[in-house]
Design a protein around this ligand. Sequence first.
Ligand code: COA
Length: 181
Amino acid sequence: MTAEPLERALDHEERLTRPTPLPESRPPLLRTARESDLPELQRLDEEVFQEVAYPAFLLRQLYDLYAGRAGHLLVLDDGDGRLRGYVLAATTAISRDSWILGLCVAEDRRRHGLGRELMVEVLARLRRCGTERVRLTVEPANDAAILLYRSLGFRPEPPEGGLRRDYFGPGEDREVMRLVL
Ligand SMILES: CC(C)(COP(=O)(O)OP(=O)(O)OC[C@H]1O[C@@H](n2cnc3c(N)ncnc32)[C@H](O)[C@@H]1OP(=O)(O)O)[C@@H](O)C(=O)NCCC(=O)NCCS
């Protein structure tokens, strides 16, 4: 398997919303993923991405590849056994390119800076590893994610303003964004 951009996107529009109060005051802890997180990671991935969630076997192997020593699979741990978000970056050994393959925050925890926190930390780790470029794909109508990525310095990768028609199959257009570290 090659490190291809598997970043999924939701078919429904990610509407731009105002922050809602957090259900509790303590913010979740950002840490590297552990093997014991896999069932909970799968639950969260299915909760957010539904029919385009990673199958369990792929999530397992992505964990094997990119968690561990690389430390590029980060989770938000609520401390009660629940995970509330994750980010996954996959880096090629040869060209020092990395792809963000997954980013999400549980719906009831959004708009509190957690998505940004995950991205900032994984980008810092990639920078420390000598990664030169980070790419990702995003569904063109996913304004929330695009705003977050733009605020971190990601820009559409030419040509055609980043738009890749039928990128994930017929009708599955995606925008490719790139950040030079
Ligand atoms: C994209 C996602 C991870 C953002 O997580 P989040 O914790 O809500 O984001 P943050 O609170 O850190 O917001 C960071 C910035 O993103 C932008 N943003 C994120 N969600 C937004 C929204 N609903 N409306 C407007 N701006 C939004 C803002 O610029 C925000 O900065 P600000 O708070 O200073 O205005 C989250 O919406 C999510 O999980 N979505 C579903 C999965 C998904 O689409 N993943 C990305 C696939 S490419």
